[in-house]
Write a new protein. Structure first.
Length: 420
C-alpha cells in the first residue's frame, strides 16, 4: 500500500512539475513565437503567446517574432514599443479583379520594371504619416494592378489613391479616406551604431510582424547619383536581406527610426545588409512624393562636402564656407559647365551656398532645362559657370511614366463602365 501511495504521489508531482515548466513564457518566448493581439492592439486574454503553428483565432491579428531574441535585456520594453506602433501599420495589395492580365502590355511593362530593380510584391507594408490617412509604403505592392486595397490592423479595408511614386527609393505615397488614422512618432535622428532596433511590418494574411534588428553602420550620406537630395541612410544587420522596402524601423522608445528603402548608389544595396532611410532623410522624400505622381530629380552628378575651418587650410581657396567638390561625374551637367574637383561652390543663382542640404534643396526647386549661374572659387579666382539643369534618370523612370498612364487609363475605363 505504501508503495502504491508513493507511486501516485510521484506521478502527481511529476505531472505538476511538467505543467509548471511548460506554462512559463517570457515576453519574447523564442525566436519563432508570436503574440496574439486583439483588433485594438492589446494582448488577448488567456496567456501571452501561442505556438506559430496554431490557427489564428477569429478576429485577431498576429505579432510574429521571426527572429526576436528573448535573452536581450529590455525585451519587455521592445514588446511595448512594437505593440504601441501596431495601429500605425497598413498592408497594401492589389484588388483581385484589378490585376494585370498575364499577356497584357502592362504585365510586360512590369517585367521590364523588375529588370530595372523595381520588383512587384504580393503585398506591401506601410504606415500612416499623418491623421488624414496618408501612408508611406513599398511601391512594388502597387505594380501588379491598377486598383488597390489598404488593410488596417483593426480589420478594416479601404480603397487606395496613389499620390506619388519614387523609383530611386522604391517608396510610394498613398491615401485612404479615413480621418482618424494614427501616425508614427518620428525619432529626432538616426540610431547610434549597434543600437537595438525593431523592424515592423504588416502582412494581410499573417498580421503585424516584428523582427529584431541592429544598426550596423553610422549615417551614410548618399548624394550621387540620387540627385537633388542628400539622402541619409544607415544599415541594419544581415539577417534581414529579404526585400522589405516600406517596413518601419523603431527604436526601443517606440519612435520611428527610419523606413527600409532601396538605395540608388554606385555600390547598390549591400548584399547582406538592409538599407534604411533615416528620419533626417525621409522629410525631403515625402515632400517630393506629395508634389508629383512621379518623382523627378535634378541631376548634379557631383560629390561634395561642406567646408570647415580645418578643411579650409587644406584647400587653395582658403575659404571657410561653401561646398568643396570632391568628384565630378563625366555625365554631370555641372561637368559640362566646367566644374572640376577641388573647386568650391559658393553660390547658386543669387543665393550663397553654405550647406549641402540647402544646395540640393535649392536645385530641387528649379526646372529641368533651366540655365542657372553657379558661383565657384578655383584657387584664388572667383568664376561663374552657366549650368543647364537636366533630370536624373533612374533606369525605370520612363517605364514608370508608361505604367502610370496605363493605371490612369484602366481606372477611367472602370469608372466609365456603369454609364455604358
Amino acid at each position: 500500500m505504501r508503495r502504491l501511495i508513493f507511486l501516485i504521489l510521484f506521478v502527481l508531482l511529476t505531472v505538476g512539475i511538467l505543467a509548471w515548466l511548460t506554462g512559463i513564457e517570457g515576453p519574447f518566448a523564442s525566436a519563432r513565437t508570436h503574440s496574439v493581439l486583439t483588433k485594438g492592439g492589446k494582448m488577448s486574454a488567456g496567456g501571452n503567446f501561442s505556438s506559430a503553428k496554431e490557427a489564428k483565432p477569429a478576429g485577431t491579428s498576429l505579432l510574429l517574432g521571426s527572429n526576436v531574441d528573448s535573452s536581450k535585456p529590455g525585451a519587455n520594453k521592445a514588446q511595448a514599443a512594437a505593440m504601441a506602433a501596431v495601429p500605425s501599420l497598413v498592408a497594401i495589395e492589389t484588388k483581385p479583379g484589378a490585376r494585370w492580365g498575364e499577356n497584357s502590355a502592362a504585365k510586360r511593362l512590369v517585367t521590364k520594371l523588375a529588370a530595372n530593380g523595381l520588383t512587384p510584391v504580393r503585398s506591401g507594408s506601410g504606415f500612416f504619416i499623418d491623421r488624414q490617412g496618408t501612408i508611406l509604403t513599398n511601391f512594388g505592392a502597387l505594380l501588379n494592378g491598377y486598383a488597390w486595397t489598404a488593410h488596417t490592423t483593426d480589420g478594416k479595408d479601404y480603397e487606395v489613391t496613389l499620390l506619388g511614386a519614387d523609383a530611386a527609393t522604391d517608396l510610394a505615397l498613398v491615401r485612404i479616406a479615413r480621418p482618424d488614422t494614427t501616425p508614427v512618432r518620428w525619432a529626432g535622428a538616426a540610431p547610434n551604431f549597434a543600437e537595438d532596433l525593431l523592424m515592423l511590418g504588416f502582412d494581410p494574411k499573417e498580421g503585424p510582424r516584428v523582427i529584431d534588428a541592429m544598426a550596423s553602420s553610422g549615417l551614410l550620406e548618399v548624394t550621387d547619383p540620387v540627385a537633388t537630395l542628400t539622402l541619409k541612410y544607415y544599415l541594419v544587420d544581415g539577417t534581414l536581406a529579404e526585400q522589405r522596402d516600406g517596413w518601419l524601423l523603431l527604436n526601443l522608445d517606440g519612435a520611428a527610426a527610419g523606413v527600409v528603402a532601396r538605395i540608388e548608389h554606385p555600390h547598390g544595396r549591400m548584399a547582406k545588409e538592409t538599407t534604411v532611410l533615416s528620419p533626417e532623410g525621409i522629410g525631403p522624400v515625402l515632400e517630393l512624393l506629395q508634389n508629383s505622381p512621379l518623382v523627378h530629380r535634378i541631376y548634379p552628378g557631383i560629390e561634395c562636402q561642406e567646408l570647415t575651418p580645418e578643411l579650409a587650410n587644406l584647400t587653395a581657396s582658403k575659404l571657410t564656407q561653401g561646398l568643396l567638390v570632391t568628384n565630378v561625374r563625366d555625365d554631370s551637367p555641372l561637368n559640362a559647365a566646367g566644374l572640376r574637383a577641388d573647386d568650391v561652390i559658393i553660390s547658386l543663382g543669387n543665393t550663397a551656398v553654405t550647406a549641402k542640404a540647402h544646395f540640393y534643396q535649392s536645385l530641387s526647386n528649379m526646372a529641368v532645362g533651366a540655365k542657372v549661374p553657379l558661383g565657384i572659387r578655383r584657387g584664388d579666382r572667383s568664376m561663374t559657370l552657366q549650368v543647364i539643369l537636366r533630370e536624373y534618370h533612374h533606369g525605370a523612370q520612363e517605364l514608370l511614366q508608361d505604367w502610370l498612364d496605363l493605371v490612369a487609363k484602366h481606372r477611367k475605363d472602370q469608372a466609365d463602365q456603369p454609364a455604358r
